[in-house]
Structure formats: C-alpha cells, structure tokens
Design a protein around this ligand. Structure first.
Ligand SMILES: C[S@@+](CC[C@H](N)C(=O)[O-])C[C@H]1O[C@@H](n2cnc3c(N)ncnc32)[C@H](O)[C@@H]1O
Length: 233
C-alpha cells in the first residue's frame, strides 16, 4: 500500500534542510547511481574526523536521535527511503540542535555511491521490513547481497547490529550473516531480559512491540576477516 504524502511535507523538509544531505544522483535509477561515486566528505559535513556510524531504515528517527545525543563524539548518518517518515527524525534533531547527525532520503541499495569504502564503524539495521513473500528475499536488508555491500563500507573494526520482533526474519538473518562472510559476536532471543539490554535504545517499532510484551531479537555481527586480523580463531 502506498503511503499518502503528508500535508505540508515539502515545507517541513525545507525547514530541516540543514539536516538532510542533498545528493545529485537520481536515486530512482539505481543501476546508474551505484556506478557513480559522489562520496560524502565527512570532515566537511561534520567539521571533525570522528568515527562515523550509519542507521539503515531509520523510520521516524527515535533511535538515532537518542544515540547521537548520548555520543556527541561520534558522527551519525541515518538513511530512510520514505521522506514522509524521515522528516520527523530531522525535526527531532533540529529541536535538539544535534551537530553530529545527518539524514539522507535514500534506498540502501545506493549507499556505495555516497559512503566511502571502509569508512564506517557500525551499521544499525533496526526492525527491517521482513518481506516474507516469495520473490522478495533479495530486497531484505540482511540478504547476503546487502551484507557483501555492507562489508565494503565497514572499517576493520566495524560491526553490524540488527534488532527485530519477527522470529522468521531473525532466523533468516542468522543464516545470512553466518553464510555471508560474517561471524556472530552476540545473539539474544529476548533482548529486554538479557545483559545485551544495557544501554539499549528503543526504536518506534521496538517500543510498540515491547509494550505488548513480545520478545525482541538482537544480533551483533562482524566481518569474518576481522577474526584473522585480530589473531582470534
Ligand atoms: C519496519 S520499519 C522500522 C523503522 C525503524 N527502524 C524502527 O525500528 O522503528 C522499516 C523501515 O525501513 C525502511 N526501508 C525498507 N527498505 C529500505 C531500503 N531498501 N532502503 C532504505 N530504507 C528502507 C522503510 O521505509 C521503513 O521505514
């Protein structure tokens, strides 16, 4: 179902334009756009050399705003393909006057055009759309095609954190990470009742599902190459 464009959306986006990284490539043409490189100059954008973390599919930005507030010495970029929802996240950041957070209205498929290779410390994928229907597997954000791309963006200490309320999606992700060149550092089948809940920041979706007392699943994974580099077997 197509989401209705919010009333006043253009005006609202204009109001928060300092929080949105404008790129020149037409993202609709994904084939062309991934071939073109228009890397973000982090130093120019954030005014420092701090490490950079990325959230994919940030929705209304509850999680990334709180994370950026708690970690002023880290820079954050949050992407979301729907301008209808990302605008809320930009407004929150503006209200808090956050200097270390920027947003992009972008599909994950286009990230290699903008994010310099091996420049990210962490990638967050919170409550990705499960897409259980046949034929949609390649669009799942933890499909191994995406994982291979994320690997090119992570630095040597980089890792990925994923949360979901959907058990099928979680099982799928565990298999994809394990077979897609990552190793699992941490796994929880009930995040809120586990030690991994320390410092946990709830997303919009997470809040809704944990209020219903449903379990939240979480994994942290890192490229398998890091095991060899760090001399761990
Ligand atoms: C279920 S919502 C979760 C939103 C938020 N992370 C949360 O936990 O509340 C999934 C979000 O991912 C976005 N999304 C799905 N596929 C995407 C893609 N390929 N690129 C960017 N965003 C995507 C959707 O538009 C949607 O806002």
């Amino acid at each position: 179902m197509r989401m209705r464009r919010k009333h006043n959306l253009d005006e609202r986006l204009e109001q928060v334009k300092d929080y949105i990284l404008e790129r020149t490539i037409a993202d609709r043409n994904m084939k062309t756009s991934v071939e073109i490189k228009d890397y973000i100059d982090y130093k120019k954008v954030f005014g420092n050399d701090n490490k950079v973390e990325l959230e994919i599919g940030c929705g209304k930005g509850r999680f990334i705003n709180e994370l950026a507030k708690r970690h002023p010495d880290t820079n954050f970029i949050a992407i979301e393909m729907l301008s209808n929802v990302i605008v809320d996240g930009c407004e929150r950041a503006q209200k808090e006057n956050l200097k270390n957070l920027k947003f992009m209205i972008l599909r994950a498929e286009c990230l290699p055009s903008y994010i310099p290779e091996h420049s990210l410390n962490k990638i967050y994928i919170n409550f990705p759309t499960p897409l259980p229907q046949k034929g949609y597997e390649k669009q799942r954000l933890t499909n191994r095609k995406f994982l291979a791309m994320y690997k090119t963006l992570l630095n040597k200490d980089g890792s990925i954190e994923q949360k979901t309320d959907n058990r099928g999606m979680f099982e799928y992700s565990l298999c994809e990470f394990s077979q897609g060149g990552f190793y699992l550092k941490e796994v929880s089948l009930d995040l809120l009742n586990s030690p991994m809940s320390q410092n946990n920041i709830m997303t919009e979706h997470e809040k809704k599902y944990s209020d219903m007392l449903l379990p939240i699943y979480k994994l942290t994974a890192a490229p398998i190459e890091a095991l060899n580099d760090n001399g761990v077997n």
